[in-house]
Design a protein around this ligand. Structure first.
Ligand code: FES
Length: 100
């Protein structure tokens, strides 16, 4: 599975972990120590939004549920997104939390 790096808006690395395919990126990031905020938890509010700096092709934007709002192509709602199944272990994804 892919390696995930989570940065704060200043570019500091807050967490690094190997993603599993069962949980959202946001949940896994929080468990790894990156305090990405959640509010609705169902893809409807932008609280958990992150910019995707690298590896967007490995992200399933609706892995654990549908998005209910529009976001930019380089953004990601971490409460509903996850890793695409079959992503190889060499893949690296870098996301930047916007609402810290
Ligand atoms: S917490 Fe509301 S969109 Fe993710």
């Amino acid at each position: 599975m892919a390696k995930i790096i989570v940065k704060d808006p200043a570019g500091n690395v807050m967490a690094e972990f190997t993603a599993n395919a069962e949980e959202s990126l946001g949940t896994q990031a929080q468990e790894a120590g990156a305090p990405i905020p959640f509010s609705c938890g169902v893809g409807a509010c932008r609280t958990c939004v992150c910019k995707v700096e690298k590896g967007g092709e490995h992200i399933d934007r609706e892995a654990v549920g549908p998005m209910h709002i529009m976001i930019e192509d380089d953004e990601n709602l971490t409460c509903v997104s996850g890793i695409k199944s079959g992503t190889d272990s060499e893949a690296e994804i870098v996301i930047v939390a916007e609402n810290l």
